[in-house]
Design a protein. Structure first.
Length: 567
């Protein structure tokens, strides 16, 4: 039976002109059955986009629609509503004028909302409408991630330390857990995951606990409640328990691992703690184990180099090395190679630290140095397993290098990585480790040096003006003459950075018959690189200019990533 409230609601929905009678009937039935807001039900049912719905409802009810990205909110206004109320009702205070508090909401049909906010603030309430996602972003920006949890703990006058139990796997799909440190840590990880972060850093300072996310290779400080420092010990203890680490040991560095499930996707988190002057610093590396596998066509390699690498990875033997600093995408490139050649006819075995992506059909070994399972030991035993292709996560010492080279000379295709600045430097690095030059010359087929460039955000990038100083400073670069070059601007979609995602730039050095004599005679890396350039090799910076010319990235980004290599 229809009640006065449902009759008014039905009339209001009809006045928007967006719904059919049967859709209105379905929405009213759902409202009676559950507590979900009408806005959420409309969006989930796919009846109409949220912005169109709220705009139409606002006109019908006399509430203005506000784009929060364009609103400046003063700190004095934010203090009129406690964090727990803001999180509970999903609202954000906008301004105070003549004892009236303007508040943005996504649920104009909540009849108790205005009264509840009036009792808390002591002011008359006027509602505006904003998108759900925009309100959530504003809450995290101005109040900080987990501010409601911190506020509740302070009200209870307690500092909660988690139970000493091992958390093998935690499900973060639902954050409606008890208000505690447990919930706060889950919220931090959840926000980092949504922001595409690869790392989370908990850094204790003298008067604050700073939390930063690394997104697209660049660190960004995250808004946090000001009282967070007070709960530093409890937060660190909670992370240690989740990672099965000794929470009582605070004087020595520790390493651990956390297995999480986020909306059905497994996340593997590597945890590292180190003691500092103001407490333990904790770093979390987020690894998505089931996604992220790319093909060679998706990592940014130009068609010519891609064709060369595709030919090399189907060879029966030899070594393919990928070089670059930490975080330059070496593992992703190797996984792309393995993904390309993975078949029922190939026996592929890897030894890695850590296993970043689990690949079906490939035998993967996790290095465990504490029990003696090193790269060298794993590689030595792999050779007794009749492999066709071997991947060694990293060549760190002479023993690993020697076994890898011997394996390639005895009919195995070997993939591995080295930490060097460019492609030619990998050759001198192997020789410096103690490997004989003639073994390097006869086993190594190619060396790929790479870096990761941030990709311009398509939504806000704009062309540089011809008189721009940056464009004038590299006017001699022939690849950019007469081309439209873009600059980063920044918008909500890209967190005001101007960039969204990353792509590789590459320098592929083929070890040809012209280069092998230089290796045997121990020529310098510079001489080897010059010979590679004569053969048509493209440097990292040259490949970067191609990405600039294509409108993929900026001049500043290429200079930032390749400066050290060029010097």
């Amino acid at each position: 039976m229809a009640t006065p409230s449902t009759t008014r609601l039905a009339d209001m929905l009809k006045r928007t002109g967006l719904f059919k009678d049967e859709q209105i009937k379905a929405l009213l039935e759902q409202k009676i059955e559950g507590n979900t807001s009408i806005t959420r039900r409309v969006v989930e049912a796919g009846y109409v986009p949220e912005e169109a719905f709220l705009t139409a409802v606002g006109k019908a009810m006399g509430y203005p629609f506000v784009c929060l990205n364009e609103v400046k909110i003063e700190s004095a206004v934010l203090t009129r509503l406690p964090a727990k109320v803001v999180f509970q009702y999903n609202v954000i205070p906008l301004q105070i004028e003549n004892s009236v508090l303007r508040v943005a909401t996504n649920d104009p049909f909540n009849s108790n909302l205005a009264d509840a906010l009036r009792l808390v603030s002591g002011l008359r309430i006027r509602l505006s409408l904003s998108l759900t996602a925009d309100i959530a972003k504003a809450i995290n920006k101005f109040y900080g991630v987990g501010a409601d949890t911190m506020e509740r703990l302070i009200e209870d006058n307690r500092i909660e330390v988690p139970r000493e139990e091992i958390m093998a796997k935690v499900d973060l799909s639902d954050l409606d857990q008890e208000a505690s440190i447990v919930k706060f840590v889950n919220q931090v990880v959840w926000e980092a995951y949504k922001d595409r972060a690869t790392d989370i850093h908990f850094e204790p300072m003298e008067d604050e606990l700073r939390i930063r996310y690394r997104v697209d290779g660049v660190l960004h400080q995250t808004s946090m409640p000001p009282q967070l420092k007070r709960f530093q010990a409890a937060i660190v203890s909670r992370i240690k328990v989740m990672a099965n680490m000794d929470s009582a040991e605070k004087r020595l560095p520790q390493d651990g691992r956390i297995g999480l499930s986020i909306h059905g996707e497994d996340l593997d988190i590597r945890v590292s703690t180190i003691p500092t002057v103001y407490g333990e610093s904790v770093s979390l590396r987020l690894l998505t184990r089931k996604s992220g596998l790319l093909g060679l066509e998706s990592i940014g390699m130009n068609p010519k180099d891609e064709a060369i690498i595709r030919k090399l990875i189907y060879k029966p033997n030899g070594i393919l090395l990928v070089t670059g600093p930490t975080g330059s995408g070496k593992s992703t490139t190797l996984y792309a190679c393995l993904h390309t050649i993975n078949s029922i006819e190939q026996r592929i075995i890897t030894v890695e630290e850590p296993i970043e992506y689990e690949m079906k059909g490939i035998n993967q070994i996790q290095v465990r140095s504490e029990i003696g399972l090193t790269f060298a030991m794993g590689l030595r035993h792999i050779l007794r397993q009749d492999p066709d292709v071997i991947m060694v996560g990293e060549i760190r010492d002479f023993e690993t290098a020697e076994i890898a080279i011997r394996a390639s000379l005895t009919g195995h295709l070997v993939f591995s990585t080295l930490h060097t600045n460019d492609s030619a430097g990998a050759i001198t690095r192997l020789i410096d480790m103690g490997v004989e030059p003639f073994l390097v010359a006869s086993s190594v087929e190619a060396i790929v040096a790479q870096r990761l460039l941030r990709i311009l955000c398509d939504q806000c990038k704009r062309p540089l003006k011809p008189d721009n100083p940056v464009l004038k400073s590299i006017a001699s670069v022939k690849e950019l003459i007469g081309c439209t070059v873009y600059e980063a601007v920044g918008c909500e979609k890209c967190r005001q950075t101007g960039y969204l995602g990353r792509l590789g730039i590459f320098e592929n050095l083929l070890v040809t018959d012209a280069i092998r004599p230089l290796i045997v005679s121990r020529e310098s890396a510079n001489m080897i690189k010059q010979k590679g350039l004569q053969q048509g090799m493209q440097t990292l910076r040259d490949d970067g200019w191609v990405k600039v010319r294509n409108g993929t990235t900026t001049i500043e980004e290429v200079l930032r990533v390749t400066e050290e290599e060029e010097i």
